[in-house]
Design a binder for this molecule. Structure first.
Ligand SMILES: [Zn+2]
Length: 508
């Protein structure tokens, strides 16, 4: 049932954070995800390219707005703290460009958004909205309208925002993967309850199952996809259970939406192996672009101040689901660095960027003027181009882009000056200032990481089915949906309607 006659087509988007056909293809072929396989086989499907670099916050925001990060202003889960060398969590409720749900509502339709990773607090711009991983707990403004949450909870059970690493090493992995399976099951239960509680025209339901499994258990996922004959272990069973829950969820949502609803599957980025960490600040220090206060004495002083609680430890995101890995450099970083001699630095593991210490932008900025800023960017690019693995001496493939090459719009200058991807995404980015420039990932960083190539599939009347060789871009999803729903706004977006031509071709 749709709300009224104004919206042409009801649409359901199932978001799969961190999905790649490299994994899902073989899982479909081996019939481990039969609902996904059936949907794919009825759909037009292919590669969906993430934003550059392929990180969650900008990519989902681009998915929602149809514009590049230079126009929506989200480059990371964090934003620069004015007047400081640090970052704080962003308020994602108001990106600088309108998300698709606002446009659907403005056209008289009812949008519902469930567990959107780049949303917190929940927005009243939807019939129902539920924030994703940034919500600290269910007492926060994570659900709108609140009275619906209160009404559904006794029947549906506790809402789970995300999973949290239970602590410990490899022995905790099976328990963690079972928690991911339980999270997935709860997500479906809540999505069903919300979507049957009232009429809707656009529903977006995001599962983080594949991203959470991928970061910690990429090897096991690959093993299941290959169909290795290795004996089952507690871990492979737990991972398989999570995949089964995800597939069941897809099946249940499709059954509930019915055959007349347009269906989309979309990821924010792909996934692949990744067991090492690149430390940009270590490399910049080695090359004299970042200067640290005098050696060991400073470190000892810092350790003492940390112990005495005078400064906060490296920015830990004390929120559920974020584990305990330092996600941004903390206040200690600002004290360790000699800013009067520092020209470039990295601040966060989730933006894959490097900042120039520019006067006017940072409190002790020492790079003056645009020409000098660009010169520093070139110097950093040259350093990255020569990045070698400290153990093997092998040159690592580093891709770098200047912010103005990839972003356009009024927020471009809020981005890091330079963005990078190491070995196609195989290396995580770290925030250490000391030690090796490349090292093995600790257990918390895991054995998988993001890739540029994600997935999409679309099942709708008149568009046909089969794999397309032409990748879509993540900014194409919003205009494609709007166009098919008969809602204006697609023309203002950076992405394009990918189905319009296809429909007219087929009808010619
Ligand atoms: Zn993601």
């Amino acid at each position: 049932m749709t709300n009224d006659g104004r919206v042409r087509r009801r649409t359901l988007v199932i978001g799969l954070d961190g999905a790649t056909w490299d994994l899902l293809g073989p899982l479909c072929e081996r019939d481990l995800m039969p609902n996904l396989r059936a949907l794919r086989d009825q759909s037009l499907w292919g590669v969906l390219n993430a934003t550059y670099p392929p990180v969650t916050a900008p990519s989902w925001t681009t998915f929602a707005t149809g514009v590049n990060p230079g126009r929506h202003g989200v480059f990371d889960f964090f934003t620069l703290e004015p007047g400081k060398y640090g970052k704080r969590l962003i308020d994602l409720a108001q990106p600088a460009a309108p998300p698709i749900w606002q446009r659907v509502k403005a056209a008289g339709g009812t949008p519902v958004v469930i567990n959107f990773p780049a949303l917190y607090p929940a927005t009243p711009d939807c019939g129902v909205s539920v924030a994703g991983m940034l919500a600290p707990n269910t007492d926060s403004r994570f659900f709108s309208p609140r009275h619906l949450f209160t009404a559904l909870r006794p029947r549906v059970g506790e809402y789970q925002i995300d999973v949290r690493w239970p602590g410990g090493g490899a022995e905790a992995l099976p328990r963690y993967c079972r928690a991911i399976a339980a999270l997935t099951r709860a997500r479906t239960r809540w999505a069903e309850a919300i979507l049957t509680a009232g009429a809707w025209d656009l529903a977006i339901v995001v599962y983080v199952t594949l991203d959470r499994l991928g970061h910690k258990a990429w090897g096991v996922l690959q093993q299941l996809a290959r169909g290795d004959d290795k004996p089952e272990t507690e871990l492979t069973v737990a991972v398989g259970e999570a995949l089964t829950e995800l597939d069941r969820g897809i099946g249940q949502l499709l059954a509930m939406a019915g055959p007349d609803t347009d269906i989309y599957l979309a990821s924010d980025h792909g996934f692949g192996p990744g067991g090492e960490v690149f430390e940009p600040n270590v490399l910049l220090a080695e090359r004299g672009l970042l200067a640290l206060h005098g050696g060991r004495t400073a470190l000892v002083r810092m350790a003492k101040r940390l112990r005495d609680g005078l400064i906060a430890p490296a920015g830990r995101v004390a929120r559920k689901g974020w584990g305990v890995a330092p996600t941004t450099t903390g206040r200690a970083f600002a004290h360790l660095v000699d800013w009067s001699r520092t020209r470039a630095f990295a601040l966060s593991v989730t933006d894959m960027g490097i900042y120039v210490n520019q006067q006017g932008r940072f409190p002790q900025g020492m790079v003056r003027g645009e020409a000098d800023r660009r010169a520093v960017v070139e110097e950093v690019m040259a350093c990255l181009a020569e990045l070698r693995h400290p153990l093997s001496g092998r040159r690592l493939a580093v891709e770098t882009r200047r912010r103005e090459e990839i972003f356009h719009g009024q927020w471009t200058e809020a981005a890091p000056d330079l963005l990078f991807v190491v070995e196609g995404g195989a290396l995580h980015s770290g925030t250490r200032t000391h030690g090796a420039r490349v090292h093995a990932a600790d257990f918390l960083r895991g054995d998988g990481n993001h890739r540029q190539e994600g997935i999409f599939a679309c099942r709708a009347v008149g568009i046909g089915s089969g794999r397309t060789r032409h990748p879509w871009a993540i900014e194409d999803i919003a205009p494609t949906i709007l166009q098919r729903m008969g809602i204006p706004g697609a023309a203002e977006m950076d992405g394009v309607d990918r189905l319009g031509d296809r429909c007219s071709e087929r009808h010619r």
